[in-house]
Design a protein around this ligand. Structure first.
Ligand code: ATP
Ligand code: NOS
Length: 433
């Protein structure tokens, strides 16, 4: 497990580097490992730049992710091929991306549940999916299926907005029997997407509910990312109940936050959504991102940064606190933090696909690092109380933001490498801020 983010100050990580004063007295620590798990619809992204007329012609809605039938997929694919519009084909899926990025950042194990074609031809989409996934992602639990995996036509219009058309293949055929109970119960988090709940008669929704039940039985945090506002808008109350009943950590962008809560201001949306869950990551595109959650009054820590105005005045006052689940707090206190895009964002952004998945991978890394530290050094003062994360709200913002920048700069939703061990001078100032 790599250390999440960077620090200037001293920290006791990795756990096997011992205090030189007491080295002689302490046994050598053989660190015990942790892993995270997730469920996804196994998909390959077929990325193409198109004009708005293309979107309209294929009855898609800009910004949405829509399921299309085989005939529509055939027509769409044909037009992309005829116009030589496809510029990339790579592994996708919002949870697949998140697990891959987690594994790359943490240099540690992430177990993915999903389907995979039983017979794989070299060069096929299934083959490509496997080739584009980090070897740190454990794919041994995938369920073999007879059909193809899904295709996600990722259509980018001039404004940089992306529209998804999903040809599902067998991606929703994952059954509850293929969710390994022990793997879920021993994980530091279970990551899911709202997309899993729109499978109709296919079994993946039930598989997700089974995994949620296992996670709850073992008190493993359930992390949900909302996917697209169009899905949430259809029935916000259903989603509110779902989150209240099942979700510990919620990840969304500001549009999804508005669809869920009715609040267009991300701070007010987070404030409302905190009544449903314990920790929130809310990305806001060019406005940066927010973290929001709970801490116990006894452990709150004041920020050293300037206090910020906003829909909630001086909202960042306690952003140096660490997130704690509300039920663990004697006197729960809401905490908010915000950060503007890292260095203002990359010079040129051709599309923002996956920037939010990158931010969530950073948050997951911090949660897993906390579990790892607790497992190996249970007596550390860090675990005087049971935090959800290793770091403070402010530090989580920095790290998530830094990873989003890297995704944007690499033009791909999947990181090809971890963050640099040392940043150059400009960037180093950022970590110190
Ligand atoms: N135009 C931009 N300029 C600078 N930074 C940006 C821009 N767009 C996104 N970012 C960075 O990426 C993060 C996530 O972006 P965004 O809110 O677009 O995610 P998203 O809509 O959830 O993306 P996806 O669903 O494709 O993963 C932002 O919090 C910010 O740090
Ligand atoms: O229905 C879906 N299920 C799973 N993942 C999806 C769906 N629609 C789009 N994406 C995925 O979202 C990623 C960016 O966040 C893209 O890589 C795309 O594959």
């Amino acid at each position: 497990m790599k250390f999440p983010g960077q620090r200037k100050s001293k920290h006791y990580f990795p756990v096997e580097s011992r205090d030189p004063l007491t080295n002689e007295l302490n046994p050598i620590i053989q660190p015990k490992g942790v892993h995270v798990t997730g469920i996804d619809q196994t998909l390959v992204d077929i990325e193409a730049h198109v004009d708005e007329a293309f979107i309209a012609r294929h009855q898609l809605v800009k910004g949405n992710s829509m399921l299309i039938d085989d005939e529509a997929a055939h027509r769409l694919y044909q037009e992309l091929c005829d116009g030589r519009l496809i510029n990339e084909e790579h592994a996708g899926g919002t949870i697949g991306n998140t697990l891959h990025n987690y594994a790359t950042l943490a240099d540690d194990r992430a177990v993915m549940f999903g389907v995979m074609s039983r017979n794989i031809q070299i060069g096929s989409y299934a083959y490509r999916y496997l080739c584009n996934t980090s070897s740190r992602v454990d794919l041994n639990y995938l369920q073999p299926v007879d059909g193809p995996i899904g295709r996600c036509f990722t259509l980018i219009t001039e404004c940089g907005e992306r529209t998804f058309a999903i040809s599902k293949g067998s991606m929703d055929k994952l059954t509850p029997a293929n969710i390994d109970e022990n793997v879920v119960k021993s994980a530091s988090a279970l990551v899911l997407t709202a997309y899993l709940m729109r499978a109709g008669d296919d079994p993946i929704s039930e598989a997700a509910m089974t995994a949620i039940r296992y996670a709850h039985e073992a008190q493993v945090p359930v992390v949900l990312t909302l996917g697209t506002r169009f899905l949430i808008e259809q029935d916000p109350e259903w989603w509110q109940t779902f989150i209240r009943d099942h979700v510990t950590v919620l990840a969304m962008n500001e549009e999804e936050a508005q669809a869920l809560t009715g609040e267009s201001d991300p701070l007010l949306a987070c404030d409302k959504a905190l009544e449903l869950c314990d920790l929130i990551l809310c990305t806001a595109g060019s406005k940066g991102l927010y973290t929001a959650g709970w801490t116990d009054d006894e452990f709150k820590r004041e920020t050293a940064h300037p206090l910020l105005p906003g829909a909630i005045g001086e909202f960042n006052r306690y952003e140096f606190s660490r997130p704690i689940s509300k039920a663990e707090c004697d006197q729960p206190l809401k905490v908010f933090s915000h950060i503007a895009p890292f260095m203002g964002g990359p010079e040129k952004i051709s599309n923002t696909n996956g920037a939010g998945d990158g931010a969530l991978a950073a948050l997951l890394h911090d949660m897993a690092a906390n579990a790892y530290h607790k497992l190996n050094l249970p007596n550390s003062s860090k675990h005087r109380y049971s935090g959800l994360c290793y770091s403070s709200f402010a530090q989580l913002c920095k790290y998530a933001n830094r990873v989003s920048y890297e995704v944007l700069a690499q033009y791909s939703p999947r990181l090809s490498r971890g963050l640099p061990e040392r940043e150059d001078s400009l960037e180093e100032a950022y970590w110190e801020r």
